[in-house]
Every structure is written in C-alpha cells, then in structure tokens.
Design a protein around this ligand. Structure first.
Ligand code: ZN
Ligand code: ZN
Length: 249
C-alpha cells in the first residue's frame, strides 16, 4: 500500500496545501480517503489514470473533505467514460446534490458507473484488494462522521477523520489502541498535543502521521509534533505530512 497525501491542510487551504485527500495505491488500483483537494486534477498531475479508481471514502460531509467530488464526477461522467467506481458520502443528499450540479453544468450522471453510496457504521466496502470499515466519531453531531480503517493484505491503515473539539467527546477511535496497525493518520485541527497525547500513548502502530494540521495564532503544532517525534520516547515514527508526501507500507 502506497499512500500519497494529495491534500494535507485543515479546513482552509494554504499556499502549499490543499484540503484533505489521501490517495492509496493498492495492486495498481486507486482508493481515496476524503476528497477535499481537487482530486481528479491531482490524480492526472501524478500520472495516474481515472480508470484505475475503485472507490472514494469520505469521512464526513464538510467541504474540506468532499468538494473534489463534484469535478471528479463531472469529468468521469463526460470525459473518462470507461471509469466505474463507488463514492461513499455520509449524508445521502450530498450525492444527489452533486449529481444535480453535474446535470446542470454538463449532462445527467451515469449512475451505473459513478455510484454514490451512503456510508454507515461497519464494513462498507470489500473487493479483491481492500476491506474498508467505518467507525462513528462525534465531529459534527448531529450529522455522522467516521474514522476509516483500510485493510489490504496484511496491512492496516486507520484514518481518524475529523474528531471533536479538544477531543472533549472522547471520540478518538479505539481500534488503533486495541489492534495493531501499520499506520494511523490523525487530524490535528480540532485539538492540541495535550489533548491527543493520552491517545497517542495508547496506540499500537508502526507509524503515526498527522495531517489536517492548523496553525492557530500563538501555537506551533508542527513544532509540537516534531517534539513528540524526537523527545516523546514513542516506539513508532511520528511525522506531519505535506502535500505530495508518500508513505509506503
Ligand atoms: Zn476537516
Ligand atoms: Zn469537518
């Protein structure tokens, strides 16, 4: 499994960062966690082919995780007619709205090929390469949000998605604390080191990656992550990723 962070920013893009989008290459097929970046543009810029897309999994409905779905659907509808894949959204009407927008700007969406699915807790997707499981979190109650587990062969990647402010709702996913994972990709916009470190201490993982890191005034979360990596005494690597960074498992 090769993970390329196409977008690593939090809710607002910056000069160097698009919003959240991770591309997973597994047996030469493409899977995505979140679509907050211009997914189809970056896929093409990375020399990949849309026909290799198998599925897109959104953690929740906020635009910094879903806005790339519109252009992806539009282009795959009229230009890349041999594409066929699933897009998991967490509010069913989001797929309907995107299809309506594409119909206005171009033509009705071929829903046989471009399939919007509404995510639910539990295993939502399985094919010859991966099994994908959604775990509920409490980021945007009363609307659903999820952490996502991707299992591919003997590799396991856990994406926390966005979590509650200051982790006050205790919604850090329990899976990577109870099970071995190869990588945990954790957001760092809604809380600080002091809030997340109790959970970090309990992780059973090989790699901890922070994305979706914001930079509130008077606080340097990138420095905090660097200090955790160097001085934290953790038995796994800790990094913050930038756009274009890759991790191979
Ligand atoms: Zn977000
Ligand atoms: Zn959000």
């Amino acid at each position: 499994m090769k993970i390329t962070f196409l977008g690593s920013s939090h809710g607002i893009p910056s000069a160097e960062r698009f919003c959240s989008c991770a591309m997973l290459e597994i047996n030469e097929k493409l899977y995505f966690i979140d679509a907050g970046a211009p997914l189809i543009d970056l896929l093409l810029r990375n020399g990949k082919h849309p026909e290799d897309i198998k599925a897109v999994f959104c953690t929740h409905h906020h635009g910094d995780h879903t806005d790339g779905l519109l252009n992806l659907t539009d282009l795959c509808n009229w230009a890349f007619k041999n594409t066929s894949f699933d897009m998991f959204v967490t509010k069913g009407e989001q797929g309907e709205v995107i299809k309506a927008c594409v119909a206005v700007s171009s033509m009705p969406v071929d829903t046989e090929r471009l399939r919007f699915r509404t995510a639910a807790p539990g295993a939502v997707y399985e094919d010859e390469n991966v099994r994908v499981t959604y775990f509920p979190t409490k980021h945007c109650e009363p609307y659903p949000s999820y952490a996502i587990l991707v299992e591919a062969g003997d590799k396991r990647a856990l994406f926390t998605g966005d979590l509650s402010q200051r982790l006050a709702k205790g919604d850090f996913p329990v899976y990577p604390m109870e099970n071995e994972t190869d990588i945990v990709v954790c957001e760092m916009a809604h809380f600080c080191r002091e809030h997340v470190e109790p959970y970090v201490k309990a992780l059973k993982t090989q790699n901890l990656v922070f994305n979706h890191v914001n930079t509130p005034r008077g606080m340097d979360k990138f420095a905090d992550i660097g200090d955790m990596a160097i001085n934290g005494g953790y038995p796994f690597s800790i990094i913050a990723v930038n756009d274009g960074d890759t991790v191979e498992l």
